[in-house]
Design a protein around this ligand. Structure first.
Ligand SMILES: Cc1cc2nc3c(=O)[nH]c(=O)nc-3n(C[C@H](O)[C@H](O)[C@H](O)COP(=O)(O)OP(=O)(O)OC[C@H]3O[C@@H](n4cnc5c(N)ncnc54)[C@H](O)[C@@H]3O)c2cc1C
Length: 262
């Protein structure tokens, strides 16, 4: 949506094809980056600073404000920008992209619909292998997995004015050291207030992806160790993000963008 709106603003004739789905993920962003994109109005909460814990109980201050994105406002704003700059839209899935004899790209969609264009940009996320060619023999894809909950709690030890980007303190240190060193995870904490908090246990990258049931168990054990009692669960999140892997082949005629570009 953002790329389509910006391209159309530059005078290109842009058509966007994709299913019309709501944004569901819980997004956190550096506030200055979103401000530079003119998207500060889509941030629903800002923490004045961000902290990281490694081993010590003393937090390391990053010195950068962090924001929680309003999924709804971001979706609305990007749609507004597309409408304003004249992007046309087709709600469909792309099945394939081929080339016509005149050199145009032919974008084949559902229900046998073909959309011709001069340049096809593929921004269909990490699983775009059907529409793009990737280099062979490159690094293997790893996976970042995370399990998160937005909850009402008692005894939250985290300062609600700070966002905890990574708490790497090992809460199971003495009990299962080999499991912990093989599967390091960290806690991500967005305190909406001192009692309503989003906690997420994340494995940054692993060959096969650390399983969600293990992440959930680790998160619950960590909360218990911290003395946090969960009173009510508002929302759960299961995050699966492929990381690394080969880059798109630069000889091809389709342009990769975003996670599709690796
Ligand atoms: C649970 C979760 C939480 C996350 N939290 C954060 C965060 O806090 N901060 C952060 O920076 N990043 C976060 N990420 C990562 C972030 O979501 C991705 O990096 C980002 O969405 C990639 O953007 P993209 O536009 O390239 O792809 P996507 O967001 O994956 O969008 C791809 C789009 O293409 C469409 N599509 C797919 N296939 C087709 C097809 N065949 N035809 C037409 N359309 C198609 C999809 O419907 C979708 O709209 C999170 C990811 C997850 C899963």
């Amino acid at each position: 949506l953002a790329l389509a709106a910006e391209s159309a603003k530059l005078g290109l004739n842009v058509g966007l094809i994709g299913p019309d789905l709501p944004f569901t993920n819980n997004y956190g962003v550096w506030e200055d980056e979103f401000r530079d994109l003119g998207l500060e109005g889509c941030i629903e909460q800002v923490w004045r600073d961000t902290v990281v814990y490694i081993d010590e109980d003393e937090p390391i201050l990053i010195g950068r404000a962090y924001g929680r994105v309003s999924r709804h406002l971001l979706h609305e704003e990007l749609l507004r920008r597309c409408v304003e700059s004249g992007v046309s839209y087709l709600s469909s899935k792309v099945e394939s992209i081929t080339e016509s004899t005149s050199g145009h790209r032919l974008v084949a969609c559902e229900h046998d619909m073909i959309v011709p264009c001069r340049l096809a940009t593929v921004a269909s996320g990490a699983a775009s292998g059907k529409l793009l060619e990737y280099g062979v023999g490159g690094p293997k894809v790893s996976v970042q997995t995370a399990y998160g909950v937005e909850v009402e709690v008692e005894n939250n030890p985290y300062d609600p004015s700070l966002m905890v980007f990574m708490d790497y303190r090992d809460c199971t240190k003495q009990e299962v050291p080999s499991f912990e060193s093989d599967n390091p995870t960290f806690l991500y904490v967005m305190p909406m207030s001192s009692t309503r908090v989003f906690f997420e246990e994340t494995c940054l990258a692993s060959k096969d992806g650390l399983r969600f049931d293990i992440l959930k168990k680790k998160l619950m054990a960590r909360l218990e160790r911290l003395g946090i009692q969960v009173l009510k669960t508002y929302e759960e999140e299961w995050s699966y993000i492929p990381v690394g892997g080969s880059l798109p082949n630069t000889e091809q005629r389709n342009l990769a963008y975003g996670a599709a570009a690796s």
